[in-house]
Design a binder for this molecule. Structure first.
Ligand SMILES: C[S@@+](CC[C@H](N)C(=O)[O-])C[C@H]1O[C@@H](n2cnc3c(N)ncnc32)[C@H](O)[C@@H]1O
Length: 361
C-alpha cells in the first residue's frame, strides 16, 4: 500500500492527476472562539507546553507567561515562533525533571500543564504510575515548590476512570490537598465551538478557599446537534467539520472524530485516524483522514483514491481549534503530533477565563 501511495503521490506532484476539489476557505476562524481579553496581570508558568494549545488559551484569556517548558525541540520551536518574546525553554533545558523551581516560588499565580497522556490513554497499555513516561509527580513537585495561587492540570478522560481512581487519589489529590482545594472537571471541545469530539479531564486547584468557592466551571458557549445540553438562547451553534472547513454541502455533517496523537504510535504517521468508528464517520463526511498534506495546495493536487477531500495541516489545525496561522515547526507528522497532543485552545481559554474570574470576583 505504501508503494502504491508513494507512486500516487509522485503522479500528483508531477501534475498527472486532475484535482477534484477547489482549495477550501474555512468558515471557522478559531480566534473568534477566544476573543483576546485584556491583561489580567496574572502570571502563568507552563509545563509540558507542547505546540502551545493550553498556552494559547491562557494567553488569549489575558494571562502572561513567566516561562514555558517543553522537552521536544520542534514543539518548543513552534511556541518560540508563535511568541518570540516569551521565555520558552526547549530540548533538555525544557526538561521539567531537571528544573529547579524554587527561584519561581511566589513569582507565579498559576501553574498549568498537561503531562503526557500515554500512561493513561486507552490507546496505550494504561500502566499509569508504572510507566516511565508518567510525569504527574513532576507537575506535583513543581506546584509544591512554586506555590502558585492556583493550578490547572489536564489529561485524557481515561484518567477519570475507575481504574485510575486510586492513582488520582494518591498521586494528585493526596499530594496537593494539603494546600489546594481541588475540583475535577470533564470538558467537551464542542461545547466551546471546536468541531471535534474531544474530551479532557481537568483538575483545578485553588490555594485560597474563597477563590475555590467563587470558581464556576466554564459553561458551554456552543451547542452541537443532538447535544444533551439544555438549550439556552446564549448558546451558539457549533459547526460540523465540513462547515468549519468551508467544504460544499453534501447533506451531511458531523463533528470530526477525535484526532489521534500521531507521536505516540510505533511509527511516524500523517494519519489522524484513531479508530474504526472514526473511519466510518470520515467516510460519511467524505473526508480522507490519512496522508495529511503539508499545505492546502498539496492536498488538492494529491487526489485521494476514493475522491474524498484530503486534509492539510492547516485544516487539522482548524478542527483542533488552532488558528491556521499557528506556526507549527517540523515535518508534517511532527506538526500533526503537536496538534494531536494539544488541548484545543478554546477549551484552554474557557478554563483560564473561569479561573481568572474566580480571582477577580
Ligand atoms: C499532552 S502534551 C501537552 C500538550 C499541550 N498541553 C498543548 O495543549 O499543546 C505533553 C507534552 O509533554 C512533553 N514532555 C514529555 N516529557 C517531558 C519532560 N520531561 N519535560 C518537559 N516536557 C515533556 C511532550 O513532549 C509533550 O509535548
Amino acid at each position: 500500500m505504501s508503494v502504491q501511495s508513494r507512486e500516487a503521490k509522485l503522479r500528483a506532484i508531477q501534475g498527472e492527476v486532475e484535482p477534484l476539489h477547489e482549495i477550501n476557505v474555512p468558515k471557522l476562524d478559531p480566534y473568534d472562539l477566544m476573543p483576546q481579553r485584556e491583561s489580567n496581570r496574572l502570571r502563568a508558568l507552563s509545563l509540558f507546553s507542547g505546540g502551545g494549545g493550553l498556552d494559547l488559551g491562557f494567553d488569549r484569556a489575558g494571562f502572561s507567561h513567566v516561562a514555558s517548558y517543553e522537552i521536544l525541540g520542534h514543539a518548543a520551536e513552534t511556541l518560540k515562533r508563535a511568541r518570540p518574546n516569551w521565555v520558552v525553554n526547549g530540548n533538555q533545558d525544557g526538561d521539567v525533571t531537571s528544573a529547579k523551581w524554587t527561584s519561581l516560588s511566589g513569582e507565579v499565580d498559576i501553574v498549568h500543564g498537561g503531562p503526557p497522556c500515554q500512561p493513561f490513554s486507552i490507546a496505550g497499555r494504561q500502566k499509569g504510575a508504572d510507566d516511565t513516561r508518567d510525569m504527574w509527580p513532576e507537575l506535583v513537585r513543581c506546584i509544591r515548590a512554586v506555590k502558585p495561587r492556583a493550578f490547572v492540570a489536564e489529561n485524557v478522560p481515561a484518567l477519570a476512570s475507575k481504574k485510575f481512581a486510586p492513582y488520582v487519589q494518591s498521586q494528585i489529590i493526596d499530594m496537593l490537598s494539603y494546600r489546594y482545594h481541588i475540583k475535577m472537571l470533564m470538558l467537551r471541545a464542542e461545547d466551546f465551538g471546536v468541531p471535534q469530539i474531544r474530551r479532557r479531564v481537568v483538575f483545578v486547584g485553588f490555594a485560597r478557599k474563597k477563590d475555590a468557592v467563587r470558581f464556576v466551571p466554564p459553561a458551554a458557549t456552543h451547542r452541537w446537534g443532538d447535544s444533551q445540553l439544555e438549550f439556552t438562547e446564549n448558546l451558539e451553534r457549533c459547526m460540523g467539520a465540513r462547515e468549519a472547513l468551508g467544504l460544499p454541502d453534501i447533506g451531511f455533517d458531523a463533528l470530526s472524530p477525535t484526532i489521534r496523537s500521531s507521536l505516540t504510535g510505533p511509527r511516524h504517521t500523517t494519519s489522524i485516524l484513531n479508530s474504526v468508528a472514526a473511519q466510518r464517520t470520515f467516510e460519511a463526511l467524505q473526508i480522507w483522514p490519512n496522508g495529511v498534506a503539508a499545505t492546502r495546495e498539496k492536498a488538492r493536487a494529491y487526489v485521494a483514491n476514493n475522491g474524498h477531500f484530503r486534509l492539510s495541516v492547516q485544516d487539522v489545525a482548524v478542527l483542533q481549534g488552532f488558528p491556521e496561522d499557528w506556526p507549527f515547526d517540523g515535518a508534517t507528522y511532527m506538526q500533526l503530533g503537536q496538534l494531536g497532543n494539544a488541548v484545543p485552545p478554546p477549551m484552554g481559554y474557557a478554563v483560564a477565563s473561569s479561573v481568572a474570574a474566580a480571582f477577580e470576583a
